[in-house]
Design a protein. Structure first.
Length: 40
């Protein structure tokens, strides 16, 4: 549940930024963070 919330929040922030490079970086960060959380 919280993961979807974070993704939605990140997507909203990305939409405001309006930059595809920012989108890619944000998504990569989210994926890395979620992977770390699942490992822990």
């Amino acid at each position: 549940g919280s993961v979807r919330l974070r993704e939605a929040t990140a997507r909203a922030a990305v939409a405001e930024a309006g930059s595809e490079e920012v989108v890619v970086r944000q998504l990569k960060l989210i994926i890395a963070i979620t992977r770390l959380q699942t490992i822990i």
